[in-house]
Ligand binder design. Structure first.
Ligand SMILES: Cc1cc2nc3c(=O)[nH]c(=O)nc-3n(C[C@H](O)[C@H](O)[C@H](O)COP(=O)(O)O)c2cc1C
Length: 283
C-alpha cells in the first residue's frame, strides 16, 4: 500500500508546465560567512593606498610648488618676513631639498644669491624710508627760501578733527597751484603754524593771502588743532590793526543737525569769529 503524498512526490508528467525553481536566498559559503581576517583587511587597505598614492603625490608636488612660489613672492613683497627667516629660506633654496650644503649646485646658489641681494637691497631702502618722518603737507617746498626773497606767500590753513577740512584745504591748494603755476601755496595744520603763541602774530604778518578751513565740534567748539590759535586770536582783540596787508578767506565746516551749528563759545561761529577778527584787525 502506498501513502498518498498529495502530489508532492509526483514526477512531472510530460503535459505539465515546468514550475519555476524555488527562489530562496543562496546560503553564504563557509569562507564568506566568516568575518575578514586581519591580514585581509590590511591587504585591502594597502591596495587602496596604492590607488590613492599617485593623487597624494601630485597634491604634495603642487603644495611644494605653491610653497616655493609663496616664498619667492614673499621675498619680493618683503615686509612680512624678518631677515633671519629670509636667510634661512635662502639657504635651503640653493640646493635640492635634503641635499647637504656641500652639494648645492653653484648656479643655483649664485642665482638665489643675486635674488636675495636684490631683495635685501630693496628691503634696506624700504626700511630706511619707513624710518624717515612723514613728509609735511606742503604743496610747494621752496617756500621758505622764496619767502626770504620777498615773494608772495599764500597759505591754506586747516582746523580739523576727522580731516574733512584738511581734505578741502588740500584740494583748494592743489587746484590753485594748477591754475596759477607761478604762485606758491602752502598747506598748513593751524596748530603747527606756531610753536609759541607769539609766533602766530609774527608769522601771520608775513602772509599775503591766508585761507582758513575750520570745523566746529562738541558744544560748538573749535577742533583740537585749532583751539590754541582760536584762543590766542579771540583773546587778542586789543592788538588793533596789524593785518592790513593780509587778504584772507574763511571756509566754515559744520553740520546743521547740531544745536550749535558752526558755533563756538558765546554763540559765536568759529569761522565767522575768525573772519570778523581778520576784518577788524586787517583794516
Ligand atoms: C562728535 C561731533 C560733534 C560735532 N559737533 C558739531 C557742532 O557742535 N556744530 C556743528 O556745526 N557741527 C558739528 N559737527 C559736524 C562737524 O563739524 C562736521 O562733520 C565737519 O565737517 C567735520 O570736519 P573735520 O572732519 O575736518 O573735523 C560735529 C561732528 C561730530 C562728529
Amino acid at each position: 500500500m502506498t501513502r498518498s503524498t498529495g502530489g508532492r512526490d509526483r514526477e512531472p508528467s510530460s503535459g505539465d508546465s515546468p514550475s519555476p525553481p524555488l527562489s530562496s536566498p543562496p546560503l553564504p559559503s563557509p569562507t564568506q560567512s566568516r568575518p575578514p581576517s586581519f591580514s585581509q583587511i590590511e591587504a585591502d587597505i594597502n591596495r587602496d593606498r596604492r590607488s590613492v598614492f599617485p593623487i597624494h603625490r601630485s597634491i604634495r608636488h603642487d603644495a611644494d610648488r605653491f610653497r616655493e612660489s609663496v616664498v619667492a613672492r614673499s621675498l619680493v613683497g618683503r615686509r612680512r618676513l624678518p631677515l633671519r627667516r629670509i636667510w634661512a629660506r635662502f639657504r635651503h633654496r640653493g640646493c635640492v631639498r635634503g641635499e647637504p650644503a656641500a652639494d648645492r649646485r653653484p648656479e643655483h646658489r649664485h642665482r638665489h644669491a643675486r635674488r636675495l641681494h636684490g631683495n635685501l637691497l630693496h628691503l634696506a631702502i624700504e626700511r630706511k624710508e619707513a624710518r624717515q618722518p612723514p613728509k609735511p603737507l606742503v604743496v610747494k617746498t621752496q617756500m621758505d627760501t622764496e619767502e626770504d626773497q620777498g615773494k608772495k606767500k599764500d597759505t591754506v590753513f586747516f582746523g580739523t578733527q576727522t580731516r574733512t577740512a584738511e581734505g578741502f584745504a588740500k584740494a583748494l591748494a592743489e587746484e590753485a597751484k594748477a591754475r596759477y603755476p607761478n604762485a606758491i601755496f602752502k598747506l598748513v595744520d593751524i596748530d603747527e603754524y606756531a610753536t609759541e603763541d607769539d609766533e602766530y602774530e609774527e608769522n601771520l604778518k608775513k602772509e599775503s593771502l591766508a585761507l582758513f578751513f575750520l570745523a566746529t565740534y562738541g558744544d560748538g567748539e573749535p577742533t583740537d588743532n585749532a583751539a590754541r590759535f582760536y584762543k590766542w586770536f579771540t583773546e587778542g582783540k586789543e592788538r588793533g590793526t596789524w593785518l592790513e596787508n593780509l587778504q584772507f578767506g574763511v571756509f566754515s565746516l559744520g553740520n546743521q543737525k547740531y544745536e550749535h551749528f558752526n558755533k563756538v563759545w558765546h554763540d559765536e561761529i568759529v569761522a565767522v569769529v575768525v573772519d570778523e577778527l581778520l576784518h577788524e584787525q586787517g583794516i
